[in-house]
Design a protein around this ligand. Structure first.
Ligand code: COA
Length: 393
């Protein structure tokens, strides 16, 4: 059987950083509600010339540049997963394909199921590589989480993109065959076409998330999955890091693993490292957790990791894989850290202006965006409803 896994990856996030302590100050509440209660410290804020397309292309570009010409030509599928798409018809993948200068013979499309979309792309990629082991599939999970100002969701915003190169010559992680699935119809989080911000029933989403995780885990076990206690750690979808802690505790109790709450917290903590300061990146968030883990732990070779991918509405998939010894030479800790550290801090007024004042014309009017991003690609403007992208150079 062909071994399929992650060969390489890339990461990008918004160029500005907003502290949740400043949100708490604006609200006149104790900052520990955010720092401790939901387990978040800060979130990335996009500039006006950043969107899900520029984040996606910026996450993928360095990885593409590292490939040999033959390996680059073997990318015949590009899947962009997002739930904050910029067009109801045209796929963000087409714009990303153009910015990355991939060849014409590529299947490029967008995929959606709330925060689960990145994993839907991954499952699709594995099917393609299984049938064509000589091909590579580029998947990019990219999102900017937006909730109404002064709503309870405001603290759980953020944005990032993670690009993954899926192939039959993995260097970071080899996927197991077992996949656990669970779907139910729930109105815990959604965004009708006419809204730019999501609707969320936060309390319900916590309940549905946990219910779905247990159901998907049982299905994973029933399909030959690894025992819970064989997993070194698990990467959960993290709308806020405390959500992962809650689900992990419930799953451990469901499985009667015998671990204490502090053992379970310590097991997940390395996956929180980036999400605590990037915020919610919807489809990308579980993969941001994975990067935080592999970029800072040196003892993962040969260890099994679990993945718990949840998307409201609701769908959950549990899968697993084994970390390959070559991950130590393939990871990009310095690049990720540099990008996170380069974010400029913004005060409350600037954050609100960037987050809610961004140009979003509905009348075809034209505008140019100021050049503020520090990412390689930018949204240069919009004219007659057409988005114009450019390199930042
Ligand atoms: N110190 C420590 N903890 C504190 C605190 C303080 N001073 N003040 C409050 N807390 C705790 C609360 O006890 C609560 O913890 P618990 O859930 O373990 O009981 C937590 O902080 C959050 O407080 P809560 O009053 O529930 O916050 P909220 O009503 O503002 O809602 C969310 C929080 C996360 C539900 C809300 O931000 C949300 O809905 N976000 C979107 C989530 C989402 O995207 N879901 C869909 C995808 S899964």
């Amino acid at each position: 059987m062909t071994t399929i896994g992650i060969e390489d990856y890339g990461f990008a996030t918004g160029s500005r950083r907003f502290e949740l302590a400043d949100l708490a100050e604006h609200e006149g509440i104790d900052a520990n509600k955010y720092l401790v209660g939901i387990g978040q410290e800060a979130f990335s804020v996009p500039t006006f010339d950043e969107d899900i397309v520029t984040l996606a292309a910026s996450a993928a570009t360095t990885m593409i540049d590292r490939l040999s010409p033959d390996a680059r030509d073997s990318i015949r599928t590009l899947i962009v997963a997002t739930e904050s798409g910029i067009d109801q018809s045209k796929a963000a993948a087409i714009y990303v394909h153009e910015l990355l200068e991939l060849g014409p013979h590529v299947r490029a499309f967008e995929i959606k199921q709330a925060c689960y979309g990145g994993t839907a792309a991954l499952a699709t990629a594995q099917g393609i590589v299984a049938r064509h082991p000589d091909e590579r599939v580029l998947i990019v999970a990219t999102d900017i989480a937006r909730y109404d100002p002064d709503s309870s969701g405001e603290a759980t915003q953020g944005g990032a993109a993670v690009a993954l190169l899926i192939s039959a010559s993995p260097r970071i992680l080899a996927f197991d065959k077992a996949q656990g699935l669970s779907t139910e119809d729930a109105m815990d989080f959604w965004r009708p076409n006419y809204r730019t911000t999501a609707r969320v029933d936060g309390r319900l989403s916590i309940q549905v998330y946990i219910r779905q995780v247990l159901s998907a885990w049982d299905d994973y076990s029933g399909h030959g999955g690894r025992p819970f206690t064989d997993l070194h750690t698990l990467c959960y979808h993290q709308p806020f890091t405390k959500m992962a802690s809650k689900a992990h505790l419930k799953l451990a109790r469901h499985l009667e693993s015998g671990q204490t709450p502090s053992d379970l917290d310590a097991q997940l903590a390395p996956t929180f490292r980036y999400n605590r300061i990037v915020g919610n990146s919807y489809t990308a968030s579980m993969y941001v957790g994975f990067l935080g883990l592999i970029e800072h732990a040196d003892d993962l070779a040969g260890r099994a990791l679990g993945f718990v991918s949840y998307g409201s509405g609701a769908m959950c998939e549990v899968f697993s894989g084994e970390v390959l010894p070559t991950y130590l030479k393939t990871r990009h800790t310095e690049a990720t850290t540099a990008m996170l550290d380069a974010r400029q801090p913004v005060d409350f007024a600037t954050y609100r202006e960037l987050y809610y004042g961004y140009p979003n014309p509905t009348d075809g009017s034209a505008f140019e965006t100021p050049h503020d991003t520090s990412l390689p690609f930018r949204l240069a403007g919009i004219d007659h409803d057409e988005r114009r992208y450019a390199t930042s150079a």
